[in-house]
Design a binder for this molecule. Structure first.
Ligand code: ADQ
Length: 464
């Protein structure tokens, strides 16, 4: 069996902290089941880049990390990745910043990762590169003479062609994806946008899963990421989860809990969620004192101005809603800026009658799946989900809404609060089936089996 080499921006250990992005959570689980190495940035800053590789092994996951210089982090991570690509790929060209330094830093750091990873890679290894931080890495590894099977997975949306063309040198960046053998997206919609760009903007051709550009053919596929559903369901009834469940329920004094859990990011539709909830309170005085919205939102990417801005906006909104509607013994919003360990988080999800997930764009959204997995089968809560999350293509029995509409958010809360047990169960069972069947192992196999097949085809041709 070939080793799996995973390369992604950050290498982190999900069990050690409660505050992890979905990619980190998913990859640790995937790597634990393989004998691979995870290569990435340590998260540390060094004064002068030396290329020194720090090796370690933790809970069966081998890691190889490098430290980056402050300028690298500014230009590559805060800059090109999070000020340019993230907003653009989430359809927010109004927030995207285009600076030559960012692009230079992005390429320089990707070259550093290529220099770090290449000596660790053996000919039979399968290389799996992750996300928008690392798009050109595959091409850089090829330039070093690596002939391995190589795949790339994009965890965020692929934007419509008309938006992507606003990126300076967009063709140059997209061209580098053709160094991989398989390129994966979460949904057909993102895949469709990619194909559209290749055909219309670059003059390439599409034939089923095969996409050809300048004589090079790759496979582009849709393969939705899942969670470790069994483990998460188990976590939801663990001691830690149960005591969290009790603590939350006690504090609610029989009020219904609506829960939101997101990194503090403008793509998650938090402002729209708060506005929708305010609309619900305005339209439904009969529900005052009966509900509480707990929004858990650990800050992320605080170096980036648009994130400071969303934080200030939400602070003000939470304060305004509470100021307007609170009574001496009831506040409609609990706004929490911290992360929780996964078992406690599972207990919070289980205590909530409604999971409110309203991203304006989201590659997939794992919170929606975690909420489903944490429910009590005998008394499940209702998932309200933005139709603009990749997860909406799978979780069709959620209450699917347009998060830009405060009325739809408000109406869906009213509907969820009144939903009969039988309907809740029916919807939950259908969603849970999907969450269990298309889980994290299914996702990994979906992608790596394609990658293995590429090698077989090459090998089969050799004897001729
Ligand atoms: P994210 O944008 O980080 O991931 P998401 O998929 O929702 O979004 O994953 C967030 C993860 O962080 C979840 O596992 C959640 O439990 C955890 N988390 C969030 N807040 C937390 C808190 N307060 N305490 C503890 N844990 C918390 C990116 C893409 C998504 C895609 C994933 C995976 O933006 O669209 O689903 O990658 O591909």
């Amino acid at each position: 069996m070939s080793r799996l080499i995973v390369i992604s921006n950050r290498v982190s250990r999900p069990n050690k902290s409660g505050n992890q992005g979905g990619l980190a959570v998913a990859l640790a689980q995937a790597l634990r089941e393989s004998r691979g190495i995870w290569v990435g940035w340590s998260g540390e800053i060094t004064e002068n880049f030396t290329g020194h590789i720090g090796f370690s092994e933790d809970e069966g996951v081998k890691t190889a990390t490098i430290d980056l210089e402050e300028q690298d982090v500014d230009e590559y991570y805060n800059g090109y990745a999070n000020k340019t690509l993230w907003p653009l790929f989430h359809f927010r060209i109004d927030l995207a910043e285009y600076a030559r330094d960012f692009e230079g830093g992005y390429n320089r750091v990707n070259q550093r990762f290529a220099d770090t990873a290449s000596p660790l890679i053996e000919p039979e290894d399968i290389i799996w590169v992750h996300d928008y931080h690392m798009i050109p890495l595959g091409q850089m590894l090829r330039d070093k003479g690596l002939n391995n099977r190589m795949g790339f997975f994009l965890h965020i949306p692929w934007p419509p062609t008309r938006l992507l063309v606003s990126l300076p040198h967009h063709t140059k960046l997209v061209q580098t994806l053709f160094a991989y053998d398989v390129v994966g997206f979460h949904t057909e919609e993102w895949l469709e946008s990619f194909r559209h760009y290749i055909e219309r903007e670059m003059g390439g051709t599409v034939n089923g899963d095969f996409v050809t550009l300048n004589g090079r053919t790759i496979q582009a596929i849709a393969c939705p990421i899942g969670i470790n559903a069994q483990e998460f369901s188990r976590a939801a009834v663990s001691d830690a989860a149960s005591s969290m469940f009790e603590q939350v329920r006690r504090s609610l004094q029989h009020r219904a809990l609506i829960v939101g859990v997101d990194r503090l990011d403008y793509s998650k539709g938090l402002e729209e969620r708060f506005n929708g909830y305010a609309r619900f309170l305005k339209d439904h005085p009969e529900h005052h004192r009966n509900v509480v919205l707990t929004q858990i939102a650990p800050p992320s990417r605080g170096e980036v101005e648009s994130y400071q801005h969303i934080r200030a906006t939400l602070d003000a909104l939470a304060g305004r809603i509470n100021g307007e509607y609170s009574d001496v013994d009831w506040s409609p919003v609990r706004y929490v800026n911290q992360g929780y360990p996964r078992d406690k988080l599972a207990g919070i999800y289980r205590a909530a009658q409604i999971g409110l997930v309203t991203p304006l764009r989201d590659g997939m959204n794992l919170v929606a799946k975690e909420y489903v997995a944490a429910q009590d089968p005998e008394d499940p809560g209702v998932l309200i989900l933005s139709r603009f999350a990749g997860a909406a293509t799978q979780l069709k029995d959620a209450l699917l809404i347009n998060p830009y509409s405060p009325e739809e958010v408000s109406d869906s809360i009213t509907r969820a609060l009144a939903m009969p047990l039988e309907e809740r169960k029916r919807r939950w069972q259908s969603m849970m089936k999907c969450v269990e069947e298309q889980d994290i192992s299914w996702w990994r196999q979906c992608f790596t089996e394609r990658l293995m097949a590429v090698q077989r085809e090459v090998e089969e041709k050799k004897p001729q």
